[in-house]
Structure formats: structure tokens, C-alpha cells
Design a binder for this molecule. Structure first.
Ligand code: ATP
Ligand code: MG
Length: 383
């Protein structure tokens, strides 16, 4: 295995800049998930690494070797596509064995590796069948197996689980993660499902409009999104984002929402907000919104829009002027539409972004430790 390095890579299709100066380092043995909405440039990035597309600009290295001009077949990468193609006339066994035969692997070793791969993917019982005798999900696992059976420098995977049903996808997620850990595989994995990224990857790279927005461990990206886009993209349900002006009330820093609501700020958050252009986007996750059925000083009045019990907890959708806000409460929490509920945002977990630049307002020294306090409190609330 080897690491993969992208340096300022660019891909233009006429006027469309599909990949815009993306730099990324995937360490040897690391599982990196490339996530972002449809059309953000994930597949293009992967195809550039694979050599299926030509770079407009920038460099790609595998290990410390520059591979810009290397033929795809000489890059020693194994690819899995969303739209897989199996050899229809070959049995599953031979489909899996084919990439090894092509490389002149001894017969005994082929048999051992095919068996091991089939075991990982739970397709041992299908080895004698032809592809048309398999379900769609089984075919996709064989396609995955054809990549996993090899021992390449790195694996490139483009939404390899997207054709599987929800239950199988969760199971395969676990299998892929174990496979990665067992053989220390370098994996660059494309998905639009941020849940897959969060659960499997060592690091996630969030893209939007061809631009890399943030790169880091999922936990860090979740807790410290660098801008409004990442804040809204990572996490489910999505982070609540409200536009507000920075103001003062009762001699204390406060936020005034576009809808007229007023929410006080802790001194540390007031200092952060003061560094903005005057307007901010406030980000607050569902589990950091405190709820009260009685009016309380400094709390914001909302109306219940709808209540969603999930079994484990209850999602409460609230109307705040023209905006919807989602909060979570314990499993038994119930309310009727239009009930009045007061909310307070947890000061330690408040995200603040400048409304103009959409960039996170930096945590000042005092706030930096507040971030840890905030997450500890979140866990306490969740438990
Ligand atoms: N051959 C092409 N010619 C022109 N534009 C292209 C071509 N291929 C891709 N694009 C454009 O480049 C951008 C990135 O496409 P890409 O396929 O990389 O997106 P993606 O992130 O993989 O999306 P999805 O999640 O839908 O698969 C899109 O705007 C797309 O329309
Ligand atoms: Mg794609």
C-alpha cells in the first residue's frame, strides 16, 4: 500500500471547473471519505487519481512518485464504481480470480485470495454461479470483491454501496471497515452519504462546487465546521442555521434574529460575535437546544410545528417566525401543533459564522476550552 497526494489539482470541462485546486494527503493505510452534494466533483477527483481523466493542472503522487502521465493500468490502483460490470460468461469465482490471473499470480495464491475475499463479502456460496443468477446486491458485492481481491497501492471506490438495500448497506459498511483495518488498506472512498463517511473514515474531505471545504477526522469536522456549508452538510438532522444581527440587551451581548427574537450571548460568545461584520449565522445542533414549556427570562418563544417520535428520542420541529428549528427531547416528550415552547441555545455549543464570509468566527482563548465543556455537556444531556 502507499499514500496518495493531490496537489492543487484542477479539472475544467470548458467553462465548468469541476475540481478547483484541490490539495489532499491520504496517508498510507488511511481511509479517506470524499463527501459532498451531487455535482461537487467527487467522481471527477477519483477519476483523475485513477488516470481515467486528464488533469488540467496540478500534481498527483502515489507514494512519492509523480503519476500525472502514467497510464491507468500502470498506477496499480483498484477501482470500484457505482456502475459495475461483471463478465457475464464467467462464474463468480472466475470474475474474482480474473484480476489476479491478469497479473500472473500463482494458482494456489489465487484460490486462497478468492476464498478469503468471498468470506469477507459473504458470497462463498455463490462462487459457482454466473452473474445473471445473482441479485443486484450480490452482483455489487462481487464487483467489490474483484477490487478487494487484489493487493494494489490503493483502493478507489465510488459509491460502492449505493445499490444495496439499507440493511445490507449497514452490514457492508462494517465489513469494509474491518477489511480496511485488517490489511491496512489505503482507501479513497466517494459517497454523498455523510453517515457512511462518519462511520467508516479516518478522515473526511468535504467538497462543494469543486472546492475542498474542510479535511479532518469526522469528529473534528462535526464539532468544528469551518464554514456554513460544512456546518449544514455534516450531521443528521442538519444543524439549525439562523441569521441574526449582533446587538446588546440589558448591557449584555445578544443576538437579534431576522424574525425578531432576542437571545443573550455569554461574554465569550459576545467577543466572538463582535469580530463579525455585524450579521452572523448562528448554528446550533438539535441536541443543544434546550426546551421549556414555561416562559423563562432570555428564552425564545416558538410554536410546535410537528413532533417526530423515533423510539430513542423525539425530534421536535419548531416554528421561529418563518424558520423551522429542530430540537431533540427524550422519547416520551409530546406536544400538539401550535403549542408554545421556549428555547435556549447552549452557549458552549453555539456555532457562529460571519453572515458575509460564511466563515466560522474563531474561538478565542477562553472559548476554546468552552468547546470542550460544551461537548461534555452535550454528552451529559444525551445520556
Ligand atoms: N464530461 C463532462 N463534461 C462536462 N461537465 C462534466 C463532465 N463530467 C462531469 N461534469 C460536471 O462536473 C461537475 C462534477 O461532476 P462529478 O461527476 O465529479 O460530480 P459528483 O460529485 O461525483 O456528483 P454525484 O454525487 O452526482 O455523482 C458537475 O457539475 C458535472 O456536471
Ligand atoms: Mg459521482
Amino acid at each position: 500500500m502507499a499514500g496518495v497526494t493531490l496537489r492543487e489539482i484542477v479539472k475544467e470541462y470548458g467553462d465548468v471547473v469541476a475540481v478547483d485546486h484541490v490539495s489532499l494527503e491520504v496517508q498510507d493505510g488511511e481511509f479517506v471519505a470524499l463527501v459532498g452534494p451531487s455535482g461537487c466533483g467527487k467522481t471527477t477527483t477519483l477519476n483523475l487519481v485513477a488516470g481515467l481523466l486528464e488533469l488540467t493542472d496540478g500534481d498527483i503522487l502515489i507514494g512519492d512518485k509523480l503519476i500525472n502521465d502514467l497510464d491507468p493500468k500502470d498506477r496499480d490502483l483498484a477501482m470500484v464504481f457505482q456502475n459495475y460490470a461483471l463478465y457475464p460468461n464467467k462464474k463468480v469465482y472466475d470474475n474474482l480470480a480474473f484480476p489476479l490471473k491478469m497479473r500472473g499470480t500463482p494458482k494456489g495464491e489465487i484460490a486462497a485470495r478468492v476464498r478469503k475475499t468471498a468470506e469477507i463479502l459473504s458470497i462463498e456460496h455463490l462462487l459457482d454461479r454466473k452473474p445473471k443468477q445473482l441479485s443486484g446486491g450480490q452482483q455489487q458485492r462481487v464487483a467489490l470483491g474483484r477490487a478487494l481481491v487484489r493487493n494494489p497501492k490503493a483502493f478507489l471506490m465510488d459509491e460502492p454501496l449505493s445499490n444495496l438495500d439499507a440493511k445490507l448497506r449497514v452490514q457492508m459498511r462494517a465489513e469494509l471497515k474491518r477489511f480496511h483495518q485488517e490489511i491496512g488498506a489505503t482507501v479513497l472512498y466517494v459517497t454523498h452519504d455523510q453517515m457512511e463517511a462518519v462511520t467508516m473514515a479516518d478522515k473526511m474531505a468535504v467538497m462543494s462546487g469543486g472546492v475542498l471545504q474542510q479535511y479532518g477526522p469526522p469528529d473534528e469536522v462535526y464539532r468544528h465546521p469551518v464554514n456554513v456549508f460544512v456546518a449544514g452538510f455534516v450531521g443528521s438532522p442538519s444543524m439549525n442555521l439562523l441569521r441574526a444581527a449582533v446587538t446588546a440587551a440589558d448591557g449584555q451581548g445578544a443576538l437579534r434574529g431576522t424574525e425578531g427574537w432576542l437571545h443573550p450571548l455569554s461574554p465569550a460568545n459576545a467577543r466572538r460575535a463582535a469580530a463579525s461584520s455585524g450579521d452572523v449565522m448562528v448554528g446550533i445542533r438539535h441536541n443543544q437546544v434546550h426546551l421549556s414549556r414555561e416562559e423563562r427570562p432570555g428564552w425564545v418563544e416558538t410554536r410546535v410545528y410537528t413532533v417526530e417520535p423515533t423510539g430513542d428520542l423525539t425530534y421536535v420541529h419548531l416554528r421561529l417566525g418563518g424558520q423551522l428549528l429542530v430540537a431533540s427531547a427524550d422519547a416520551e416528550w409530546r406536544a400538539a401543533p401550535d403549542d408554545r415552547v421556549w428555547v435556549e441555545f447552549d452557549q458552549g455549543s453555539l456555532h457562529l459564522f460571519d453572515a458575509q464570509t460564511e466563515l466560522a468566527l474563531p474561538l478565542a482563548d477562553a472559548v476554546a476550552s468552552g468547546a470542550t465543556v460544551g461537548s461534555a455537556r452535550a454528552m451529559a444531556t444525551a445520556g
